[in-house]
Write a protein that binds this ligand. Structure first.
Ligand SMILES: [Zn+2]
Length: 429
């Protein structure tokens, strides 16, 4: 309805103008180079309007012819881009479907139509890898690594190839180059961590550690790599401060302190660690310089004084009392350990030893051995990734190379059960 009204108004205006022009009085005379032209005013106005319209179309036609080659180029480029985009989509779909041949063909078409852009190169390299042509992929990744706009992607691809073939030296070099281009990239953090798990070079991994990284485990591992005793002590202290319940950090820090002649401070650290996470290795280190049996009982009593009721405290004092000939004390601690609810095989074995000795109860010894057979095994370092059991803590699991994956706990049928004090190093996201 509005359109009809508009058209009616325009038509009325046109008729009014035409009427007004037709009614214009007078004549127009033009004389050029001996030629003269004379017409009435309405005819002259009409001719003038027709001339203007013709001039407009002539200028448009000239412009169209002049810009025709450029328009054709633009049209061709747009057509190529549309076909190239379709080829990129096809390459992505075939990559996702793991169809190597089809992905290579689609990515080659995308490269031909769109040229060597970071996207088309990456698609071509990934398609080559999927098609098991690692050499072709390496050539494309190398090409990308030499271009400023695709260098990081190229280095990342070369790094993945190096780690896949176990060339850790090349992988380290590539990681350093990638670090220089994109410092602090989260992929690099994870890559550095995995690399360190393979090469034992933990300092760079610690240097790149993000907020989610297992800092205590990384700093403990890095302190083992330190070139000087001073640097080693600083790293071990950092690890212990990051997580005072992380036993390997406390052991590393106390060992460094003892080596520097600071025995009092070393024992203080071990006492604090025992309070946070009682662990047999802490006692072993604390008591290492004490050799007489009674002295060891006294030293152990001092170590556990903040947590005397912990099962590990009772087990330690039971074992040392037995060695010192304090059978009554040993029996009391063994029973106290079992009274805490810890049905630990070590407690039953110690009890069996006590009862089998002089003045012991033979029946109680047999009973303790019977319980030991069905008791929980002693805790160990168990990999949270592959569940392999390790006698000692390692920064990376020796079986599956997962970094910071060893947890102090007990093995069950499927998964390790953590002890109350077990420390779970967090894996980076
Ligand atoms: Zn493992």
């Amino acid at each position: 309805m509005r359109r009809v009204l508009t058209w009616l108004l325009v038509a009325a205006a046109a008729i009014a103008v035409a009427w007004w022009v037709a009614e214009l009085p007078g004549k127009v005379a033009i004389s050029v180079a001996g030629l003269s032209f004379e017409a009435s005013a309405p005819v002259a106005v009409l001719l003038g309007a027709i001339t203007l319209v013709l001039l407009y179309f002539a200028i448009r036609a000239i412009g169209f012819v002049m810009f025709l080659p450029r328009r054709l180029r633009q049209w061709n480029a747009a057509r190529h881009r549309r076909s190239g985009d379709a080829a990129v989509t096809r390459a992505l779909v075939t990559l996702a479907a793991a169809e190597g041949r089809a992905a290579r063909s689609a990515s080659a078409k995308a490269r031909r139509l769109l040229g060597d852009t970071p996207q088309t190169l990456l698609l071509a390299a990934e398609a080559a890898r999927l098609d098991n042509d690692e050499d072709a992929a390496a050539r494309i990744f190398q090409l990308m690594a030499e271009r400023p706009d695709a260098a990081f992607l190229g280095l990342r691809g070369l790094f993945r190839q190096a780690t896949a073939r176990g060339d850790w030296t090349a992988a380290q070099q590539l990681a350093r180059q990638a670090e220089a281009i994109q410092p602090g990239a989260s992929w690099l953090r994870q890559a550095r961590l995995e690399l360190a798990a393979r090469t034992g070079d933990w300092l760079p991994a610690l240097g790149l550690a993000g907020p989610d990284a297992p800092l205590a485990a990384l700093a403990t591992a890095a302190s083992g790599n330190a070139l000087t005793a001073d640097e080693g002590e600083k790293l071990a202290r950092r690890a212990f401060r990051a997580d005072p319940a992380f036993v390997p950090a406390a052991l590393a820090y106390a060992t460094r302190l003892r080596a520097a002649g600071r025995e009092g401070k070393a024992l203080e650290v071990l006492r604090e660690a025992w309070t946070n996470a009682a662990h047999p290795a802490l006692a072993e280190l604390a008591l290492a310089p004490v050799h007489d049996a009674l002295g060891r009982v006294r030293a152990a009593t001092g170590l556990v004084k903040q947590r005397p009721d912990h099962p590990e405290s009772h087990l330690l004092l039971c074992r040392l009392s037995l060695a010192a000939g304090l059978t009554g004390e040993a029996r009391r601690h063994a029973k106290a350990a079992l009274a805490t609810g810890a049905h630990d095989r070590r407690a039953f074995m110690l009890l069996a030893d006590i009862e089998a000795g002089e003045g012991g109860n033979h029946t109680a010894a047999v009973e303790a051995l019977r319980h030991a057979a069905s008791a929980e095994p002693e805790p160990a370092w168990i990999c949270g990734n592959c569940k392999a059991e390790q006698p000692q803590w390692h920064p990376a699991c020796p079986a599956c190379h997962a970094p910071a994956s060893l947890v102090w706990g007990r093995r069950t049928s499927a998964t390790p059960v953590l002890t109350a004090d077990a420390t779970v190093p967090r894996l980076p996201s």
